[in-house]
Ligand binder design. Structure first.
Ligand SMILES: Cc1cc2nc3c(=O)[nH]c(=O)nc-3n(C[C@H](O)[C@H](O)[C@H](O)COP(=O)(O)OP(=O)(O)OC[C@H]3O[C@@H](n4cnc5c(N)ncnc54)[C@H](O)[C@@H]3O)c2cc1C
Length: 526
């Protein structure tokens, strides 16, 4: 929204009792309803996930009065209770190692890997803050694994997260207790089950956030507002808008519907231009596969879904191969872009392959090192039943000919694609994508199986432009007074997802920066 438009909105909204500015001109003409409850604080943190936790802690430690709110009913329902690990540079555990990496080399590596698509100003600040945010985790009692580094090793994109990261060692209630106790000890007031809806204005000034709890309006007046609501993957319209019409299955916290981003936009903030996805490890999912998409580990309970990663070929909605199956298998989490571009995609396998996977541990077939470990013992012994369930739900099919499969999902080029692929298999070389023969499986023994998938992921990458203090920026790149943005709500990340643990690590670091910046703007700290 331009500054001019926003001012005209402000003009329309001055008569409301609580000073609430409605987010549409139409709504602002009617008097805004009175709040059932009005709270006051110095720093309001909206969302207590990875960034919100650090944000609240950072502001409170500098002495500010902090209220942190989350739509979840308890800390256990917030996102960062189920995440696997985070990246950081130079925290106290890493400093104990004989060798540790330094910020300049990680900064240079990420810039090189991303062709400077990262917000480089912010990247430096994030890397510098990441040791302190990790120390906050450790001090909160969250036990994490340490990567032993006796000597220098070469860092690459895929190894960055493993070498500079910490896997969480506790989860669920135990991790939640650590977060909650640390916040309470720092003096943070916490409210769960409360949904931030829109900004409260008085004239041209942001005064707070209008929220809803148990159907009642709660106004929270604050000196500074930190928006940490975890991006927009749970909002289909926003996904379509920022991902070129795609549909993405949200595997993560469905509360993350872009509330923070939309509040910032309503204040005239500017959206960044770089969007991507931290995709799920299975390469895709389907909206129709009902029990599969819970916000908890155990996702992918129908093994047929994993065939998008394991199968012979990946084809788009025309039936053409669109990505190297070998790369997709080895780099599923970092390989979101071709899948987002394809929108809907399919894998095809034959009975030989089904027979093989029904007796072979999935870890042996998968290309990604982490997946190999996770699925080292898992055998898809019920795969035939899983396919029957998938067929009944409408996201898979089985037929005696490739032509019938093509018809089931309207894939006009599938037969020709399979014919060419089988020829490559006979020749032992995939001339289309230069694939290793290990990842090629000739499609020859009926019946044939097909699985339909959409991109699926844990969080959206890309959001509101911010400076190195995590201040939300207006179209002229000027900080918007009182408004800070962090984590997946902010335009921090490059496209694509650069390294395992970077989403969590940078969310935490940005939250810490936002909280400290907000407190300092109110006169706390040095
Ligand atoms: C199961 C899972 C595992 C993951 N594992 C990893 C991992 O190992 N490594 C990694 O780098 N990344 C991982 N991710 C990505 C992860 O989302 C980020 O690392 C990180 O949590 C993002 O932090 P955030 O603060 O931006 O958002 P979140 O941590 O998602 O926090 C946002 C919070 O805001 C709350 N909220 C949303 N809207 C509102 C509203 N209107 N009012 C009030 N509260 C609201 C939500 O309930 C949520 O608690 C994982 C994600 C999931 C879902």
């Amino acid at each position: 929204m331009s500054d001019l438009t926003r001012r005209s909105f402000v003009g329309l909204a001055t008569a409301t009792a609580a000073g609430v500015m409605a987010t549409s001109a139409l709504a602002s003409e009617a008097a805004a309803p009175e709040a059932a409850e009005t709270l006051e604080t110095e720093v309001l943190v909206v969302g207590i996930g990875a960034s919100g936790f650090q944000c609240a802690l950072g502001a409170a430690k500098l002495g500010a009065k902090v209220l942190a709110i989350d739509l979840a009913e308890s800390m256990v329902g917030t996102t960062n209770i189920t995440t696997s690990g985070y990246l950081c540079v130079g925290d106290k555990l890493q400093l104990e190692q004989p060798f540790h990496f330094e910020i300049p080399e990680i900064y240079t590596l990420i810039n090189q890997l991303s062709n400077y698509c990262f917000n480089t100003q912010v990247l430096k600040a994030l890397l510098e803050a990441s040791s302190r945010s990790s120390n906050n985790m450790i001090d909160a009692g969250v036990t994490v694994g340490v990567v032993e580094l006796p000597e220098r090793i070469e860092l690459t994109g895929p190894t960055l997260g493993q070498r500079c990261g910490h896997p969480y060692k506790i989860s669920g209630q135990e991790r939640a207790d650590c977060f909650e106790n640390a916040l309470l000890a720092a003096g943070v007031e916490i409210r769960y089950g409360i949904e931030a809806k829109e900004l409260i204005w008085e004239g041209d000034e942001i005064k707070g956030v209008r929220c809803e709890a148990d159907g009642a309006i709660v106004d929270i007046m604050a000196g500074a507002i930190c928006l940490c609501t975890g991006g927009f993957l749970g909002n289909e319209e926003m996904v379509a808008k920022y991902f070129a019409g795609s549909r993405i299955v949200p595997m993560g916290n469905k509360n993350c519907k872009g509330a923070g981003i939309n509040m910032a936009l309503s204040a005239g903030a500017q959206m960044g231009k770089s969007f991507s996805l931290s995709s799920n490890e299975y390469g895709g999912a389907n909206f129709l596969a009902s029990p599969t998409f819970a916000f908890r580990p155990g996702t992918g309970s129908n093994e047929a879904l994993r065939f998008i990663l394991l199968g012979s070929i990946l084809v788009d909605s025309m039936g053409d191969r669109f990505v190297s199956e070998q790369i997709a298998n080895k780099e599923a989490m970092h390989c979101a872009e071709p899948f987002i571009r394809a929108k809907t995609y399919y894998t095809v396998v034959d009975q030989d392959f089904i027979d093989y996977v029904s007796v072979t541990p999935l870890g042996q077939i998968m290309g990604d090192g982490r997946m190999k470990t996770m699925f080292a013992e898992v055998i898809a012994e019920n795969i035939e039943e899983d396919f029957d369930e998938a067929i009944a739900e409408g996201w898979a099919a089985k037929a005696d000919t490739i032509a019938e499969l093509a018809e089931a999902f309207n894939l006009p080029n599938l037969e020709a694609t399979v014919e060419q692929y089988n020829q490559y298999c006979d020749e032992g070389y995939d001339a289309l994508f230069y694939n290793d023969p290990e990842f090629m499986h000739k499609l020859q023994t009926p019946p044939f199986y097909i699985v339909q998938s959409f991109p699926a992921g844990w969080l959206s990458l890309g959001g509101v432009k911010c400076d190195a203090k995590c201040h939300a920026l207006d179209p002229d790149n000027r900080p918007i007074d009182k408004l800070y943005i962090a984590g997946a709500d902010a335009d921090l990340f490059c496209a694509p997802y650069i390294a395992g643990g970077s989403a969590n690590g940078f969310a935490q670091a940005s939250g810490l920066i936002a909280g400290e910046s907000a407190a300092m703007a109110l006169g706390y700290g040095a």
